[in-house]
Design a protein around this ligand. Sequence first.
Ligand code: ATP
Ligand code: MG
Length: 420
Amino acid sequence: MSTFKAPKGTYDLTPPDSAKYLAVREAISAPLKNSGYGYIETPGFEDVALFSRGVGESTDIVSKEMYTLTTKGGSELALRPEGTASVLRAALEANLHKLGNLPVKLWYSGSYYRYERPQKGRYRHFSQVGAEAIGAEDPALDAELIILADQAYRSLGLQNFRILLNSLGDKECRPVYRDALQGFLRELELDEDTRRRIELNPLRVLDDKRPEVQKQLVGAPVLRDYLCDACKAYHEEVRDLLTAAGVAYEDDEKLVRGLDYYTRTTFEFVHDGLGSQSAVGGGGRYDGLSEMIGGPALPSVGWALGVDRTVLALEAEGIELELPASTSVFAVPLGEEARRVLFAKVTELRKLGVAADFAFGSRGLKGAMKSANRSGARLTVVAGERDLADGVVQLKDMESGEQQPVALDALVAEIQQKLA
Ligand code: ATP
Ligand code: MG
């Protein structure tokens, strides 16, 4: 160990576990790539105002969890706590909404940073794969995104997750509901912090996990009763499309999500094997966000799935992903001449696309065979001076344990045939 450790609330991804993370990112992005979403990458930090304006001053993310810094030049920056605001900022900056047909469909994958109290499933650096569909108001688009996330999780073999669905209304009906809710909440016995939240972000109070608060919330006005006809019809259509697609969901009128920008459709994927950090992903429609950050009106919808918690969900369900061994052939030279000959063969195999590795350093046969085993290679090539004098190498099948001499000239073809 060195003098240093990974910072509090962070962890490193190292082999072999890191392969699982790559596979999860791949599994989540595959359905998106297959559905017209293009890859976007944005900086790890942004102007702090993008988030305070976009995500919202009163949210936990902005008020408590953001890593902010002032540069030597005096710019106020924040490490990105989430992806949507950045992606929308980038799409507007590149005029993607003017270049082609709407919606602009984008997906991303990367690191996010929140100053949180570290716990299992809650870290200060974590990773998400996300998707945004910008510039269209169409219930089928909301349904598409939920279906693709469902498909991603199913492709990983996950079963014990549920989809919670709600509508938050729009700029017509939500303010009316907000007033009614504030009226109800102001009558309750709540602490100072929560009282302040009633004025800033009353819907968030519904999200309070404390039993003494939840008890008082019985009988609170529910948003569903306040939805305008347009929002109701929109939500019905989303629900019908999901049902038609065979995607099960649960109506959850308490689901408000922690970001200010959501309107209409909101949803969360929760996994039942994760304890209190049960949300593996979430998203929704954010019709007002573009205008909030100075852009034109662009109704949009998106989600972000947490890679770390998805890996924990796999573990909770006891799912071992079938990850192909990264190395197919391992070469073990005995002696200087063999080193040069086998190194050339390994290079040749790699050029042909065969995953090959080599016993580097001057270890004995035993140590080298241990490396061959650990590599997971199907085949091992061993050669010593005597083999080479006979123009052969020993090709060992690591599954059956069988070993046979193969002419050096025929080695590459023989390996390709065996691996086919
Ligand atoms: P929570 O309610 O658990 O704090 P959130 O609502 O803040 O989650 P989102 O902002 O919706 O989470 O982010 C989407 C996903 O990213 C979450 O469902 C989760 O899987 C993941 N995520 C969010 N914050 C963290 C974190 N601190 N550590 C690990 N994963 C996280
Ligand atoms: Mg959070």
